[in-house]
Design a protein around this ligand. Structure first.
Ligand code: ZN
Length: 197
């Protein structure tokens, strides 16, 4: 009976396939076995309360082992693969999602000092909108520079790792002079860089 036609109504969309095609899905095989009628003329559609559109891709995978599905459906398709218990399909979609994630650039806002360590570009003269998407190092691209006020904490002992008042201890507090200013603000150019590594 492996090659008899199985009719599945998935969320209102009817698909016809064979049990042999469904063999990789434990869920679908059990469902077909449980609903199988020897009298084929009376064989009803088996209703599955899942998304009918996505099942198209599930069935495409079961038939061909291939997947040709738009990015926007990947996460939903992974849920379907898990529901129908098709572990190879779930793994395949997960790999696609992971690889896509790695391709996504990570944007970082760098201070001038940080930017200089990344690049061998002379940074003087960079202004907003200039030098768009210039490579500044392996896998790193300079997007734009932003002029802004950056507020920073001043450790009374000028210890560089004391970036916030909570980093300072008693010795720092004792070292405060009469003219001590806790926070100061200065105009700074920040560099927006994308990291595609
Ligand atoms: Zn301190």
């Amino acid at each position: 009976m492996e090659h008899y036609i199985v009719k599945l109504d998935v969320g209102g969309t009817v698909y016809r396939t064979t049990k042999d095609t469904l063999r990789e899905s434990e869920f679908l095989c059990n469902l077909v076995d449980g609903n199988w009628s020897e009298n084929l003329s009376n064989q009803k559609e088996i209703f599955i309360d899942r998304d009918g559109f996505l099942f198209r891709y599930v069935l495409l995978y079961l038939r061909t082992g291939q997947l040709d599905v738009d990015k926007q459906y990947w996460k939903s398709l992974r849920n379907e693969a898990e529901f129908y218990i098709i572990s190879n399909l779930a793994t395949m979609v997960n790999t696609m999602i992971d690889e896509e994630q790695l391709k996504k650039p990570v944007f970082r806002l760098l201070t001038q000092e940080e930017f200089i360590t990344y690049s061998n570009i002379n940074v003087t003269g960079f202004r907003r909108g200039l030098c768009d998407r210039t490579a500044v190092g392996p896998g790193k691209e300079f997007i734009t520079s932003i002029q802004c006020d950056v507020t920073s904490y001043n450790c009374p002992r000028e210890i560089p790792v004391h970036k916030e008042s909570r980093h300072c201890g008693r010795a720092c507090n004792k070292a405060k002079g009469d003219n001590y200013v806790g926070y100061s603000s200065k105009e700074t150019i920040m560099y927006l860089v994308s990291n595609t590594e």
